[in-house]
Unconditional design. Structure first.
Length: 389
């Protein structure tokens, strides 16, 4: 039996559903042993607060520190809770002073996970401080396959400079670099191992019967997510279209008060599906920060597209998707135009060419390790996490 270790900032039992959860699910369904290695967590996480971990969940995650917790047959969670982790200290001087300490992050004790690291077949790294473990894992297991799933821009994530340096140093040494969009691919396109794998969609979850959650005959526009949200868009759009309903799902601060803005807070992933499937418009209303261009093909954009939704997005996300309609942040006229164009779009014309497939992706990432004859297994996998991205 082959073992894959997923080095990620996410937590296996989190309500938020990210791409690495779907990768874990796909490998598990194909009979692999899967270890979900949560890194980038330490006492600093409590001092700074963690958007990815609300405080009650942060305490739960820390409570599982350095335990190999088998949550199912062949599926384990490991929280690598360390005395400290590389955190961006915001000031150049502080980042420079902390560089020697943070460079040593990958040399900290691995704890009881080390025997599994030594025998694993495949390592898949996310863009996190976990990249500093690359050399350590190579020394412990030089015969394994190493893949970098560069699903986010490190500058957009605001990582400490040592993490950006690690990416530059180790990228040429990975057996494969996988990116979910053309923007990120360009950063690695000089390397022969770089490939594009668009985020997948668990199509069977969306294809099932889902009662329409919208009680109004109004136009229903939906946003699902939790980060980098252009809340000003909702103030302008709700005023310009008082007969529309703007449904916002996620833990989002700063939303304006308006009778046609409906807030749901965070909800389980399965519960979000009807809201997406029965919406009239999908919203990808993001704030700009360097690297935000990588959000053209986010997991949520893929799910909107599979449901053939027209998508309204800021113009810095301009791309070749025919179901995206753009506005200039802060500009009332362009917001109105984008929403009108979106609702007039013929959804039957949605181009599905960029939809990814998790089953195909895990085979590509595994390379020669993949057994084409492996039967897809029914693992009874749970889908109660909240969608992230």
């Amino acid at each position: 039996m082959k073992t894959v270790v997923l080095i990620t900032q996410h937590y296996l039992s989190s309500k938020r559903k990210a791409g690495f959860h779907w990768l874990a699910n796909a490998y598990h369904q194909h009979g692999w042993e899967v270890v979900f290695f949560t890194c980038y967590i330490s006492p600093i996480s409590f001092l700074r607060g963690e958007r990815r971990f609300p405080r009650p969940l942060l305490r739960q995650v820390a409570g599982e520190a350095r335990q190999v917790r088998w949550v199912d047959e062949r599926l384990a969670s490991y929280v690598w809770f360390t005395p400290w982790h590389p955190a961006n200290l915001r000031l150049p001087l502080l980042n420079a002073i902390s560089r020697p300490l943070f460079r040593a992050y990958g040399r900290l004790s691995l704890g009881p996970i080390e025997p599994i690291i030594r025998r694993a077949s495949l390592f898949i790294f996310e863009p996190t401080p976990g990249l500093l473990l690359f050399e350590r894992f190579k020394q412990l297991n030089p015969g394994a396959r190493f893949v970098y799933r560069a699903s986010d821009d490190l500058k957009l994530l605001g990582r400490h400079p040592v993490v950006l340096e690690a990416e530059d140093a180790y990228a040429p040494r990975f057996d494969m670099i996988s990116t979910p969009c053309e923007y990120l691919h360009r950063h690695f396109s000089h390397l022969p191992s770089a490939q594009i794998h668009y985020h997948g969609v668990e199509t069977h979850l969306f294809d099932g019967p889902h009662p329409n959650p919208y009680s109004s005959d109004a136009v229903n526009a939906v946003y699902v997510g939790h980060s980098m949200v252009d809340t000003d868009f909702y103030a302008r759009a709700s005023a310009a279209f008082p007969d529309w309903r703007f449904h916002v799902i996620g833990a989002i601060d700063g939303l304006p008060e308006a009778p046609n803005i409906i807030r749901y807070g965070e909800m389980p992933f399965a519960a979000t599906i009807p809201y997406v499937k029965h919406a009239d418009v999908g919203l990808q209303t993001r704030l700009y920060s360097p690297g935000a261009e990588s959000l053209t093909d986010s997991l949520k954009v893929q799910q909107y597209t599979y449901c053939r939704l027209p998508i309204v997005a800021p113009d810095f996300l301009r791309c070749s998707r025919n179901n995206m309609f753009y506005y200039t942040p802060g500009d009332d006229s362009s917001i109105e135009s984008a929403l009108k164009e979106a609702i007039a779009f013929d959804r039957d014309q949605t181009d599905l060419a960029k939809l990814g497939n998790w089953q195909t992706m895990v085979a590509d990432l595994a390379g020669e390790l993949w057994d084409a004859g492996t039967a897809l297994q029914d693992t009874g996998a749970r889908h109660d996490e909240t969608n992230d991205g």
